[in-house]
Design a protein around this ligand. Structure first.
Ligand code: XBP
Ligand code: MG
Length: 256
């Protein structure tokens, strides 16, 4: 199979449903440790997801939902400290195996590895969080399955900017027309498309199901797995009931 040469995965919401019961909980624990009475509810967190990146999200919260907070003089350092604590809490949650991979993710990763299709990650979350999630859900050393791990502050502009996808493509020496991106959100879709990746396959979750995915090549509830078929929201149904390499190949240029 000449196309695609690589699969590039977003992490949060795509590899696993980590926002509501992972990142949100870790933010709240960090706030509590710091003696702050901030509590990010499930609903509020949905609004805060308008901004990607944890440090950026804390700042957005202060500017839009907690304007009365009198912060320290060095707000950047304060936010960075809070965010480091949040990362520690998130990693601890992953060590407790708090969040499983989404249906079909491990199946598709294994299939791609067997077929020699290259794998990469393009995420706005922190690199340690990616490794902690993979360590808790896949065989040891699974981070090495991914040839490039584009994460967090490695680029100056987070999604919806295309920078993280461009960074990954450069590291893999691949063009945008040689890969498929997997995303769960409108921000992620915009980032991949902005980098010139036409084939973006979206799997939705509770926070992203109502977003606009008109620009996606296909939209599913999940990738589907044994006993739970992938339900297409946009695009053709896969012949084998799951999003597998045979199905992904049908989404690409047919002369390759
Ligand atoms: C998800 C995000 C991240 C996480 C928090 O990005 O927006 O900000 O919510 O991560 P993606 P950090 O779906 O691209 O993986 O706190 O580590 O920034
Ligand atoms: Mg995501």
């Amino acid at each position: 199979m000449a196309w695609p040469r690589a699969l590039i995965f977003d992490v949060d919401g795509t590899l696993a449903d980590t926002e509501r019961d992972g990142h949100r909980i870790a933010f709240n624990s960090a706030f509590s440790d710091a003696g702050l009475d901030w509590v990010w509810s499930v609903d509020l967190y949905g609004k805060l997801l308008a901004v990607t990146g944890g440090k950026e999200r804390i700042r957005y919260y202060l500017e839009n939902f907690n304007e009365g907070f009198i912060g320290p003089n060095d707000l950047d350092a304060f936010i960075a400290d809070l965010h480091r604590a949040k990362t520690r809490h998130y990693m601890a949650l992953m060590q407790q195996r708090a969040i499983p991979l989404s249906p079909g993710v491990e199946r598709l990763l294994e299939e791609a590895r067997m077929a020699g299709i290259r794998l990469a990650i393009a995420t706005t979350t922190t690199a340690e969080n990616v490794e902690a999630l993979l360590d808790s859900t896949l065989p040891s050393g699974a981070i090495d399955w991914f040839e490039a791990v584009g994460a967090g502050d490695v680029v100056p502009n987070k999604k919806p900017a295309p920078d993280i996808y461009t960074w990954v493509l450069e590291r893999m020496c691949l063009g945008p027309d040689q890969v498929v991106a997997f995303e769960d959100s409108a921000h992620g879709l915009e980032a991949a498309k902005g980098a010139g990746i036409e084939c973006v396959l979206v799997t939705v979750n509770d926070y992203t199901a109502e977003q606009n995915f008109d620009a996606a090549t296909a939209v599913f509830d999940t990738l589907g797995d044994e006993g739970s078929q992938a339900r297409p929201i946009v695009g053709p149904a896969p012949a084998g009931d799951v999003v597998d390499l045979a199905y992904i190949h049908t989404l690409g240029p047919q002369d390759r």
